[in-house]
Design a protein around this ligand. Structure first.
Ligand SMILES: NC(=O)c1ccc[n+]([C@@H]2O[C@H](COP(=O)([O-])OP(=O)(O)OC[C@H]3O[C@@H](n4cnc5c(N)ncnc54)[C@H](O)[C@@H]3O)[C@@H](O)[C@H]2O)c1
Length: 401
């Protein structure tokens, strides 16, 4: 079976690597630089080793392309393209639309189309299917299914094989074909009654995280005002063996999913006249953390940051990955600069960002830790400046949340 995977980023390349063990995979990506790199056997994401890619290419089981005609012979197509927000913070389905165009214009026989991109309930039925039909030259009866992706880049204990996967087709035939496809490389498949349930479950999973992170971020502020340690309090609460799940405070949420997916849920809720109060407020609380942190740092440093040198340590949105999408470091740096601080940042995992390079981990007046990668030691962080504020709870001896 020939499988085309549209989008070769975190999700698409991961699926390509697993599916490549069993099927012939064409990885279609609109970014020609990524395509060239992949065809040279170089992986650009954590979790997929270049050696795995090289083996698949050597065995003729994987090829990357930017040419839509290369997917024409496919039997199954997976969509794994970005689903960001517009500048007005509304769901942006333009990448999905472009993927539908690639499928519609190039595939002339019935295939199974599976969407793995995260979007609101109804996207498969009311957007993807009509869009592909619209872009096709003739009416072709494709099958359609959804299987939302749960990959957590950089994570070693859970992967495609041992993470349960939700799925549902628009028809029974689509459901069965989807089960057959994923059962090769996923141990536990969970069929749900409709694509809308699968789409909604994915959004709710990430909304659950966003709301709980906001709650603990608010609680960090309460604990500070009470003069008690938020971390000790959370550890104490976590001794309860049931009915509690520990989340830890931070400078905010980052990545492609948690800051974005809840807004997809809120948007569809409000479109249907249902409330999304909690979701909207949680997003605000998480965004406000950056300013709260800068206020704390300013207060500890004589009430002014003007002209002071501040080193932000860790600009990736989470440890041990180079991903800076929606990183909380962005807002923290913005607030620091707005207050006149002279800001540089250190993150050897990210390397370069916004045309700036990672600065040495030393010589600052103030350090603020946003993300602690494993390669950076607590000792070096503490030695980087006379005053260190840690938002991660991982640097003993520093000031912090
Ligand atoms: N990254 C995660 O941890 C994660 C986890 C679960 C779900 N998701 C969801 O999966 C989807 C993809 O996310 P990602 O993290 O893989 O994104 P990504 O940015 O890492 O990769 C997307 C890729 O798609 C390519 N692309 C964009 N438009 C295209 C088009 N029209 N045709 C072909 N290629 C195109 C880009 O060049 C890029 O390489 C999103 O909906 C996201 O919410 C992501």
């Amino acid at each position: 079976m020939k499988v085309a995977i549209i989008g070769q980023g975190y999700v698409g390349l991961t699926i390509s690597a697993f599916a490549g063990e069993f099927f012939d995979v064409v990885g279609f990506d609109s970014n020609q630089r990524i395509v060239k790199q992949l065809n040279d056997g170089i992986s650009h994401i954590e979790g997929i080793e270049s050696a795995v890619l090289k083996n698949l290419i050597r065995d003729g089981r994987y090829q990357a392309t930017s040419d839509g005609q290369d997917i024409a012979e496919s039997d199954l197509v997976v969509i794994a393209v970005p689903t960001p927000l517009t500048t007005f913070r509304k769901p942006d389905l333009s990448f999905i639309d472009a993927a539908c165009r690639t499928i519609g214009e190039n595939i002339e026989k019935p295939v199974l189309v599976i969407n793995e991109s995260t979007s609101f309930p109804g996207t498969l039925r009311n957007f993807i299917k009509p869009a592909i039909e619209n872009y096709s030259k003739h009416l072709i009866e494709h099958s359609y299914a959804i299987s939302p992706e749960r990959v957590d880049p950089g994570r070693r204990d859970f992967n495609q094989r041992n993470t349960p996967r939700l799925f549902a087709g628009l028809t029974l035939e689509a459901t069965e074909k989807t089960r057959e496809f994923y059962s090769r490389f996923c141990d536990q498949l969970v069929e749900v009654s409709s694509p809308e349930v699968a789409e909604a479950a994915k959004l709710f999973e990430n909304t659950f995280r966003q709301v709980n992170i906001a709650l603990v971020n608010e609680f960090a502020q309460i604990a500070h005002s009470l003069g008690i340690s938020v971390h000790e309090t959370l550890d104490a609460a976590n001794t309860k063996p049931y009915g509690f799940m520990k989340f830890t405070p931070s400078a905010g949420v980052g990545g492609h999913c948690i800051p974005v997916d809840p807004t997809y849920l809120a948007a569809i809720a409000e479109e249907n006249g249902a409330p999304a109060t909690f979701i909207r407020r949680a997003n605000e609380v998480n965004l406000e953390m950056s300013e709260y942190i800068v206020n704390r740092v300013e207060t500890d440093n004589g009430g002014s940051l003007h002209g002071k040198s501040v080193l932000v340590i860790g600009v990736a949105y989470k440890p041990n990955v180079a991903d800076v999408r929606e990183t909380a470091a962005e807002l923290v740096i913005m607030h620091l600069r707005n207050r006149g601080a002279v800001v540089s940042w250190h993150d050897e995992v990210v390397g370069t960002w916004h045309g700036e390079s990672s600065a040495p981990l030393s010589g600052a007046g103030i350090s603020v830790v946003i993300t602690k990668h494993d390669v950076v030691s607590e000792r070096d962080i503490l030695a980087s400046a006379p005053y260190v504020f840690d938002t991660t709870g991982k640097v003993a001896g520093a000031k912090g949340l």
